[in-house]
Write a protein that binds this ligand. Structure first.
Ligand SMILES: [Fe+2]
Length: 350
């Protein structure tokens, strides 16, 4: 870590400490890789120096990791600012989601090794980023035009912005919510719509996603109890991405679902909670188990997911590389989980 003045700052430097303004607001957070536009932003404030990591990233080619981490920091900044009463920084969100859309247009699975790495503390922000990624992949498979994909991405990343109006002690309560607390949390959809519909630069389709992402296909969702195609289709996409991603995260009150278990939950609630057509596209489009991740099997074998042709499978082919116990694996071998119902993935190691 080193201290640099604003004149010494260069694109590609990574912040080693948060930049906090005199009034206590966060400008940029630790871990952020600086790009030119952020240097311009920092220079608007009277900041004498900042702390950066020693190494500098090359950013002629922006890696997916940088885009992912930048999006995380952007939504974190935006949500913190809205909680403190500021407006949504529309330009920052637009810019970062358009980079995600652009990357996914060239490769569906470009972010799939990055999604799902959440812990309790960063859950809200990474959840928003992951919901955005899953929604774009689904929208792309549906053949939506670029302009609509950008709206979908904006709505997906901001879908829970209304939670900024819910007291933190209710939002983060580790115990079961009371009925009245649950009713209060449900209001985040109306709050979100209010915030977005009065924000210049955000269109109605984006604001509707905040309002309708908890509606159910059978009319039993909230806040309006809309049914089927009465719910706008972008919200129906985000609804699936939201539940899938929420289930695959560890929460204070339950252990995470394995990706195939979350996928099975989505499939089994199709026609009741979710739009059947969009559900099918969602499951066929997202890599439930991306290639190269290391998983633990129910047999105690440790295996690497093997890339396979065709739509991603909730039961992929895996290459066994070692065992938790017992003799070492001298010759790695492949198990096709689609053809081996007795074996299942019980954990993701990395
Ligand atoms: Fe929500």
């Amino acid at each position: 870590m080193r201290k640099v003045t604003l004149d010494e700052l260069q694109p590609g430097m990574k912040l080693a400490q948060d930049i906090i303004l005199e009034d206590g607001r966060f400008l940029l957070l630790k871990g952020f890789t600086l790009r030119k536009r952020y240097l311009d932003k920092i220079r608007l404030y009277d900041i004498p120096y900042v702390f950066v990591e020693n190494e500098i990233q090359k950013i002629e080619h922006i890696s997916e990791e940088i885009i992912y981490s930048e999006t995380y920091h952007t939504i974190k900044n935006v949500m913190k600012a809205v909680r403190e009463g500021a407006n949504v920084d529309v330009e920052a969100v637009k810019e970062t989601v358009s980079e995600i859309v652009h990357s996914i247009m060239s490769n569906d699975n470009v972010f799939m090794n990055l999604t799902g790495i959440r812990d309790i503390d960063n859950y809200t922000y990474l959840h928003s980023v992951d919901v955005c990624i899953y929604s774009i992949i689904t929208g792309k498979s549906m053949g939506l035009p670029l302009e609509v994909l950008n709206d979908l991405a904006m709505g997906a990343i901001l879908h829970d912005i209304g939670k900024c109006k819910i007291p933190l002690n209710v939002l983060n309560k580790p115990a079961k919510l009371t009925d009245s607390e649950y009713e209060l949390i449900k209001k985040h959809v109306d709050y979100g719509y209010d915030i977005l519909s009065r924000t210049p630069g955000i269109n109605e389709d984006v604001a509707k996603i905040a309002l309708y992402h908890h509606e159910h296909w059978n009319g039993e969702g909230y806040p309006r109890g809309l049914k089927g195609e009465e719910i706008d289709y972008l919200s129906r996409i985000v609804a699936i991405a939201d539940v899938y991603d929420a289930l695959t995260a560890n929460r204070v009150y339950r252990k995470r679902f394995m990706p195939h278990e979350a996928a099975e939950y989505i499939i089994s609630n199709t026609g009741t909670q979710f739009d059947p057509q969009i559900q099918r596209i969602f499951i066929e489009s997202i890599a439930i188990y991306p290639a190269d991740i290391i998983v633990m099997l129910s047999t105690g074998e440790v295996a690497r997911v093997v890339e396979s042709k065709g739509p991603p499978s909730i039961r992929p082919k895996v290459m066994v590389i070692t065992r938790k116990e017992g003799p070492p694996v001298l010759e790695p071998y492949v198990i096709d989980l689609a053809k081996s119902p007795e074996v299942s993935i019980v954990d993701i190691i990395s």
